[in-house]
Design a protein around this ligand. Structure first.
Ligand code: LLP
Length: 426
């Protein structure tokens, strides 16, 4: 459920016509709905309210500080994967005691920053990282709270690029080696082992991989307890999918209910790291039609958004529903639609936002909305082809706010310089 809807064929976000925003801030633009963000957080949290839990929003999905603040206001923490994400979290006023830090390649400087901030937990992904974390913590006179991110080897049944919990994956530590590494960690003066962690993949549409992973983590917690290592936090990662097209992922209530039930016999703080579920359907990317042309085999609608704005279709062949901002043809009616590829201006054949899609006949200047673009949309955008990145807008009822300015040409060359000796051709 989200707050993008038609009122007499005009697309609205909450109480604001999308067209008005585009007229005032231009296109391409990402538009987020505050009501939807809050609704998703509350629905996700609902099954866990009677359990000791913390929802650490995985901000890689959409990292604008206004959005972090919205979840922070609701009691959420963060799952970070870089020093930059820590910086954003702190800027957004998120309490470091609600921040967990995952990632296979934490740099010394990043570890130091997180130690200085005194975050809740480091999710350690290799033995070398553990040794480094111990050393830096001791040198800084600190004790790092730690969970091993284990790789439980379950198949998340998702796109191979976003499957992370398989044996062949670069993420985490093989679960069969976990006990010995925890034993080693226990002896380290700079380390306090408090948790176990996993994240098996993203856009999961089945419940069973989560429950299989949880079962393996529970077993590990029991085994550690027999070794005298008492685990207090169980972090199950993120990954719950959303409906982009015709997927039917488990409802948050079903997902949460099953997890709570499986953990009923354990006294653990449950940590969850949802990303996509919270923001995916709370954001859209709106673009203007520039041109149309009939190629040798295909019809193309050329728009002003491109793979640099939304890379998911090019990278994962992901499907984003396409809604006209002004609807001319009733839903479900085939007449009046054309079969077309919707493509951007970038000089790559892989630059498409939709392929072989039945789209309502459009004209230059018409606005099209790519739905479910809130997660991994702006966050994965780039300046490829020297295209300034889109602006981000947050709608809140009758008002809207620009939460990130559209980049300017000056932004494109910020930090670049021409060394003096090549200023003039000799
Ligand atoms: N925790 C960890 C350690 C992660 O690596 C991720 C996502 C999450 C949580 C959040 O997963 P979510 O709830 O959003 O599924 N760019 C891809 C998705 C990459 C996911 C990376 N890790 C896409 O556009 O589909």
């Amino acid at each position: 459920m989200h707050h993008f809807h038609y009122i007499t064929d005009e697309l609205y976000c909450e109480n604001i016509p999308v067209k008005r925003i585009c007229e005032e801030v231009g296109t391409p633009v990402f538009i987020y709905s505050r009501g939807t963000l809050e609704r998703h957080f509350n629905i996700f949290q609902e099954p866990f309210v009677s359990t000791d839990h913390l929802i650490c929003y995985s901000l890689k999905a959409c990292s604008n500080i206004a959005i972090l603040r919205i979840f922070g206001n609701l009691g959420g923490g963060l799952d970070i994967v870089s020093g930059g994400e820590l910086f954003r979290g702190l800027k957004a006023g998120i309490d470091p005691s609600r921040i967990v830090y995952s990632g296979v390649g934490k740099k010394v400087s990043e570890i130091d920053e997180a130690l200085a901030a005194d975050i809740l937990m480091f999710n350690v992904e290799s033995e070398e990282e553990l040794v480094l974390l111990d050393r830096r913590a001791r040198e800084m006179g600190k004790k790092a709270r730690m969970a091993l991110r284990v790789n439980p080897d379950v198949d998340p049944l998702t796109h191979p690029y976003i499957a992370t919990g398989l044996k062949k994956s670069k993420f985490g530590i093989d679960i069969s080696r976990a006990i010995e590494i925890y034993q080693r960690a226990r002896e380290m003066k700079g380390i306090e082992p408090i948790g176990v962690d996993c994240h098996i993949g993203s856009q999961l549409t089945e419940l069973s991989p989560f429950l299989d992973a949880l079962e393996r983590l529970k077993k590990l917690v029991w085994e550690l307890s027999h070794q005298g290592i008492e685990i207090r936090c169980l972090d199950l990662g993120g990954g719950l999918g959303i409906p982009y097209e015709d997927e039917i992922p488990p409802l948050p209530a079903v997902y949460g209910g099953a997890i709570v039930e499986q953990l009923a016999d354990m006294k653990l703080k449950l940590i969850l790291e949802p990303g996509r579920l919270l923001v995916g359907n709370a954001g859209i990317l709106v673009t203007s039609v520039l041109y149309q042309k009939q190629g040798g085999e295909k019809r193309f609608i050329i728009v002003d958004a491109a793979m640099n704005d939304l890379i998911r279709p090019s990278l994962y062949r992901a499907h984003h529903a396409l809604w006209p901002v002004h609807r001319k043809v009733p839903v479900g009616v085939a007449n009046g639609r054309v079969l077309a590829d919707v493509v951007g201006p970038i000089c790559e054949s892989g630059d498409f936002l939709a392929q072989e899609r039945y789209v309502e006949a459009v004209q230059t200047g018409d606005l099209l909305a790519f739905m479910s673009a809130g997660a991994y949309g702006f966050a994965m955008s780039s300046n490829y082809n020297s295209r300034p990145r889109a602006c981000e807008v947050l709608v809140d009822g009758d008002d809207y706010f620009v939460i990130r300015d559209r980049e300017t040409y000056a932004d494109l060359i910020r930090g670049e310089r021409v060394p003096e000796r090549i200023q003039q051709a000799s």
